[in-house]
Design a binder for this molecule. Structure first.
Ligand SMILES: C[S@@+](CC[C@H](N)C(=O)[O-])C[C@H]1O[C@@H](n2cnc3c(N)ncnc32)[C@H](O)[C@@H]1O
Length: 228
């Protein structure tokens, strides 16, 4: 059963502290080495035990399809790991050299996501970097094929500007931003990515995870420092 719209605000409270409990649940219920079973277990926990701010089963296929359209030996950057749901959805598609670096500021989430990703059998494909995205981005080098923005929405623009300034994108890299629908107030980010002239951007309407509330993702192809 889906969480009711009117319960969402209440359910979101406490979600930041829930990854430890979610990890214990996954380790008890999901088949080891089976990413699909781990994702299903996280969905089950979110719906029946306590809301989790995972990408969720409606939007994960959009992210996975975007990733697969770029190839399978990718270098991917994620901002906001939480329980590792989207990291697992992405990393299960990798072949050979495919690697994901996920930036996460909460020590509790880093510990829980590490356990969950290890249980999914994907620990060798995902590196979680503990710390604030602003500080971690300042230390990253090299180009990424895909950047997934899913941390605090007010930081999307600031961090994308840093990503551009540090040369972490190549022409053709895709920036995929979650939660740009009406609820989360991502207007500043949308204005930037659609108006700066360096991205070709499109919007896909979806729903907030485990609810019927409207949400959207923005999928933006980088055209290089001087635009298309
Ligand atoms: C919506 S959750 C991420 C969900 C995850 N991508 C998934 O779908 O499984 C947001 C996460 O971003 C983290 N976060 C928020 N601000 C951050 C920052 N400045 N740097 C790094 N992580 C941050 C939070 O601690 C939280 O775990």
């Amino acid at each position: 059963m889906k969480i009711r719209v009117e319960d969402l605000r209440e359910r979101l409270q406490g979600a930041e502290e829930r990854p430890t409990e979610a990890a214990a649940y996954v380790l008890r219920h999901a088949a080891k080495g089976d990413p699909k079973s781990v994702l299903e277990s996280l969905d089950d926990f979110a719906v029946n035990h306590g809301f989790l701010m995972n990408l969720g089963p409606e939007k994960a296929p959009l992210l996975e399809a975007t990733l697969r359209s770029l190839g399978l030996r990718l270098r991917v950057l994620e901002l906001g790991c939480y329980c590792g749901y989207s990291a697992i959805a992405m990393a299960r598609n990798f072949e050979g050299e495919g690697r994901l670096i996920s930036l996460e500021k909460s020590a509790l989430s880093v510990a829980a996501a590490s356990e969950i990703i290890d249980h999914a059998g994907l620990a060798d494909r995902v590196e979680i970097v503990h710390g604030d995205s602003g500080e971690s981005l300042a230390r990253l080098e090299g180009e990424f094929d895909l950047v997934f923005l899913d941390h605090w929405k007010g930081l999307y623009r600031r961090d994308l500007e840093t990503i551009e300034a540090r040369g972490l994108l190549r022409p053709g890299s895709v920036v995929f931003a979650d939660n740009v629908g009406p609820v989360f107030g991502a207007e500043e980010y949308l204005e930037y990515v659609r108006g700066c002239g360096r991205f070709e951007s499109r919007n896909e309407v979806s729903t907030i995870e485990y609810t019927d509330i409207e949400d959207a993702v923005e999928i933006s192809i980088y055209r290089g420092p001087r635009g298309a």
